[in-house]
Design a protein around this ligand. Structure first.
Ligand code: FES
Ligand code: FES
Length: 154
């Protein structure tokens, strides 16, 4: 069956099996390896994308359910203004050493900053609670997001 998406700002139609996962379609049919696929059980959050503006685990969404939707992966996130400053801040290897979780952390952070341009440390930590980072205790990410929004605002 055909599924039509607006994918990172461009129209895209793919032929998918009815029970294929959105994460698989994004990676295998659309070539977006910035969508990580680690646990495939809706646990780690590595596959998180924006679906009509909401951060969702794309391994928990059947591709046909996304028909007609806007899907944004880390490579399609807008890089201007406050969000751009925040995303640049978390891309430092000092913040996320191995980078495996960076796409998901970026998407989750983008969803937060777009709805709450001035999030508190607690709000950042809460937003990241569904995204596993095996290298940090999240403090570096929270600090970077809070520092970036403070810097950008001054
Ligand atoms: S790969 Fe989707 S939540 Fe882990
Ligand atoms: S930086 Fe390695 S998993 Fe997050």
């Amino acid at each position: 069956m055909e599924v039509s998406l607006t994918l990172n700002g461009s129209p895209r139609t793919v032929d998918v099996a009815p029970r294929s996962l959105l994460a698989q379609v994004l990676r295998d049919d659309c070539g977006l390896d910035d969508v990580r696929l680690d646990c495939e059980t809706s646990t780690c959050g590595a596959c998180t994308v924006l679906l009509d503006g909401d951060a969702v685990k794309s391994c928990a969404v059947l591709a046909p359910m996304a028909d007609g939707s806007e899907v944004t992966t880390v490579s399609g996130l807008p890089r201007h203004d406050r969000l751009g400053a925040v995303l640049s801040a978390i891309e430092s290897p000092d913040v996320l050493p191995c980078g495996e979780c960076l796409p998901a952390v970026s998407v989750v952070t983008a969803a937060l900053v777009q709805s709450r341009p001035d999030p508190s440390a607690r709000e950042v930590a809460r937003a990241l609670s569904g995204t596993v980072c095996r290298c940090t205790g999240y403090a570096s990410v929270v600090d970077a997001v809070v520092a970036a929004r403070t810097t950008e605002a001054t």
